[in-house]
Design a protein around this ligand. Structure first.
Ligand SMILES: [Zn+2]
Length: 133
């Protein structure tokens, strides 16, 4: 069985390639926030609508984490960086293949197994990987 790292971050369809991050869209200023929150961080209007976000974006800065952070139970090394989506929102995210990535590269959303919990379930999180061109 697979479970999301946290509810409400992304959809978990049967086909993992169809997964989408879930953002909040402000009804007033139309800014997108991620993770989705009800109150708009730009204009403080309450009542943002949850919307699926684009699965593709552009990689910004990133780094490779080689030492396990406190409380982290996944594998190292892993990539960690910023992806900008067409909606204009920047996502702080894992990067699946930092050795093949470069700033400005086209990337797409993937779901990957982070670890196995005490009940033997696969804990799934989101990441971005380079798009083959
Ligand atoms: Zn707003």
């Amino acid at each position: 069985m697979r479970i999301p790292l946290k509810e409400g971050l992304f959809t978990t369809p049967d086909d993992p390639r169809a997964a989408r991050l879930l953002g909040g869209r402000c009804p007033d200023c139309l800014h997108i926030n991620f993770p989705a929150q009800s109150m708009c961080p730009y204009c403080a209007r309450d009542g943002c609508e949850t919307v699926p976000l684009s699965a593709r974006g552009v990689l910004g800065v990133f780094t490779t984490v080689i030492n396990r952070p406190p409380g982290y139970e996944g594998n190292v090394p892993f990539g960690f960086g910023v992806v900008e989506l067409p909606e204009g929102v920047r996502i702080i995210t894992r990067i699946s293949d930092p050795e093949r990535s470069r700033p400005g590269a086209a990337v797409r959303l993937v779901l990957e197994t982070l670890c196995t919990d005490a009940e033997g379930r696969e804990v799934v999180t989101y990441a971005f990987e380079a798009v083959e061109s």
